[in-house]
Design a protein around this ligand. Structure first.
Ligand code: SF4
Length: 426
């Protein structure tokens, strides 16, 4: 075993979604091969890698702020080097305006080859190295996207859809399980588009769940365009496949969905809700939607609200305002149909209330029931219906060993927060 003492230190800061967490672990593997140990505090480090997000304007803003902090860090000590990685350089690159002073290297999304070249080490595309101490890890089964939604610049940033081979995914899941992951999030921009020969996404996740029956698997993101019963059947067969559907619904008005180029209409969404309610088990749905899409009328918005109010499996609703992103198809259509920001705010408020009502209804359903929980600390964890970082917590009435799965009785719920009594020893 190599001692860390005396090794140079590097710090990795990750912004954005689970995909970026996977990329950061791949960057960490390269950095460790270059002889650094990874630390959490930038002040202990001589190398800082900032893995950014630039999907929509608020993410760009957050990334730009973090870049300023990183530049201040770099000028605060001798010999410090700063690598700007991820979607920000992937989207904007070097525009030649000279704003890159203080940045030692630009590395695009998941571009471990460029990082390896900068650090002067051999490139190994599949290496990953754990950074966080959390019990959940992510498994990226594809990068890029094959869809062309009118509002989205992600295919331009992350490139065309590139599925990983099943054998590599399975081997990586084995590694994650062996290294202590209790929950594995299976991630792709459009998970249901994944294929390897005759093997589809439901076959893949069934294989993962059967190989590791003592781990939870959670699926991100299930585009309604390709949703069918096979995923629900897999959830019914494998109880360690979390009964949780993270669905980017985006809207429910046929007119708006067509303008978004989503490839489905309200009828497909209703069919999904129908399949879920007849699946024979409780399934929690997390929907993301966009409010104030260009041209969205009161009638379109009412369509969205009526769909959401009728979706009995909805547990968690996330509503974003529309962002007019330069480079998107919608941006090219001009500003003429943009919705007044005051109306967008009002609509977001209505969607928040619908989300609160849905969470409350779920809370009522869960109270008194026996459910599975994963302890993240001795006093707090998550139910199987909650994804890490984005949903609620389960509060334990007595201590549980961190990392343990337990059966628990739900005492009560407030919003997405659940209080549970855990049965069995600790
Ligand atoms: S499915 Fe649409 S919104 Fe999602 S990444 Fe692909 S193009 Fe963007």
């Amino acid at each position: 075993m190599t001692s860390d003492r005396g090794r140079r230190a590097a710090c990795i800061v990750t912004l954005g979604c689970p995909r970026n967490e996977v990329d950061s672990e791949s960057f960490a593997a390269v950095i460790r091969r270059a002889g650094y140990r990874i630390v959490r505090d930038p002040d202990e480090a001589v190398l800082l890698l900032l893995n950014t997000c630039a999907f929509i304007a608020p993410a760009v803003e957050e990334s730009v702020e973090a870049v300023s902090e990183a530049l201040a860090w770099r000028s605060g000590g001798r010999g410090r080097r700063f690598v700007l990685a991820g979607c920000l350089p992937g989207r904007f690159g070097d525009d030649g305006s000279g704003g890159l002073e203080g940045i030692d290297a630009l590395v695009g999304p998941a571009d471990t080859a460029s990082l390896a070249a900068f650090l002067g080490v051999d490139h190994d595309a599949r290496g990953r190295s754990r950074i966080s101490r959390r019990f959940d890890r992510y498994l990226k089964i594809a990068d890029g996207c094959l869809n062309r939604c009118s509002f989205c610049v992600l295919p331009a940033i992350r490139g065309p859809f590139r599925p990983e081979r099943a054998s590599g995914i399975i081997a990586e899941a084995d590694d994650l399980a062996a290294s202590g992951a209790r929950e594995i999030g299976v991630v792709a921009q459009d998970l249901l588009a994944w294929r390897d020969g005759a093997m589809g996404p439901a076959d893949l996740v069934s294989e993962l769940a059967s190989r590791h029956p003592d781990r939870w698997f959670r699926l991100y993101y299930l585009n309604p365009r390709r949703f069918d019963e096979s995923i629900l059947e897999a959830m019914t067969r494998f109880r360690n496949l979390a009964p949780y559907l993270d669905i980017p619904v985006q809207h429910a008005s046929d007119r708006v969905l067509a303008r978004m180029n989503r490839g489905y209409g309200r009828a497909a969404l209703e069919r999904i809700c129908d399949m879920v309610s007849h699946a024979g088990l409780d399934i929690a749905c997390r929907f993301t939607v966009i409010a104030g899409y260009p041209g969205e009328t009161d009638g379109d918005f009412e369509d969205l609200c009526s769909f959401l109010r009728g979706a009995s499996s909805l547990r968690s609703l996330v509503a974003f305002p529309y962002w007019h992103e330069e480079g998107s198809v919608e941006y090219g259509r001009g500003d003429g149909d943009l919705v007044d920001p005051a109306i967008v705010d009002e609509r977001l408020g209505i969607l928040d209330s619908i989300g609160e009502e849905a969470a409350e209804a779920w809370g009522g359903r869960l109270t008194g029931r026996r459910i599975s929980v994963l302890a993240e600390t001795s006093r707090r964890g998550r139910t199987v219906f909650d994804a890490p970082m984005v949903d609620g917590s389960a509060l334990f009435t007595s201590p549980v060993r961190a990392g343990a799965f337990r059966e628990a009785i739900v005492e009560g719920c407030e919003g997405l927060s659940t209080t549970v009594t855990v049965s069995g020893g600790n």
